[in-house]
Write a protein that binds this ligand. Structure first.
Ligand SMILES: [Zn+2]
Length: 183
């Protein structure tokens, strides 16, 4: 495994080993240019995996609570990924702000700095809230590893408007409720 931390997901049998190994290899082969902005839909397209399973593994790999409760070493108690919500202006498409929790996205109307733009409620423009993940660990590579960096064929980003985002939300809410994901 390039990211041994992912073994925690295997031991808890939350995901099948094939998916975890595919995810591990995909993460390790990402160019450093992109590891701050990983798009789950690119994992789906490039590895031809089921979208819901893919979103679930991103969600789990970024769950602070999951790693806190299942990691053994100090390092394992930190998640592998960090979620980012990047809000763009619906009028000029310029980036307005980045939030690290869904709860941090403003509930009130906001406005970008452009004079041409109007204020808007982020909740009215879920298609403007892009979801990316930042890779927090470096892959553990042996000298024999020859990783090929993917030719990037950018997929449009996952957004909050995406119907499957409900799944992400459901998982996170579920976590909040139970405190941990599984026993
Ligand atoms: Zn604007």
């Amino acid at each position: 495994m390039y990211f041994p931390k992912l073994n925690i997901l295997k031991t808890n049998r939350l995901m099948n080993d094939y998916l975890i190994n595919t995810f591990d290899g995909w993460l390790a082969s990402q160019s450093e240019m992109y590891t701050d902005y990983l798009n789950p839909l690119e994992f789906v397209a490039e590895c031809r995996v089921n979208k819901k399973l893919a979103l679930s593994i991103f969600s789990l790999a970024s769950s602070i609570k999951y790693f806190e409760s299942h990691g053994e070493s100090q390092d394992e108690k930190n998640p592998l990924l960090k979620v980012k919500y990047i809000l763009d202006c619906p009028y000029c498409n310029e980036n307005i702000n980045t939030y690290f929790s869904r709860n941090d996205i403003p509930q009130d109307s906001i406005c970008c700095k452009e004079d041409m733009c109007y204020s808007f409620l982020p909740a009215d423009h879920p298609e403007k809230i892009n979801i990316f993940f930042e890779l927090l660990d470096d892959p553990i590579l042996s000298v024999d590893d020859e990783l090929s960096i993917y030719e990037k064929k950018p997929s449009p980003p996952l957004t909050v408007a995406d119907e499957d985002s409900d799944l992400l939300e459901a998982m996170w809410q579920n976590e909040e409720r139970k405190g941990t994901l599984s026993e």
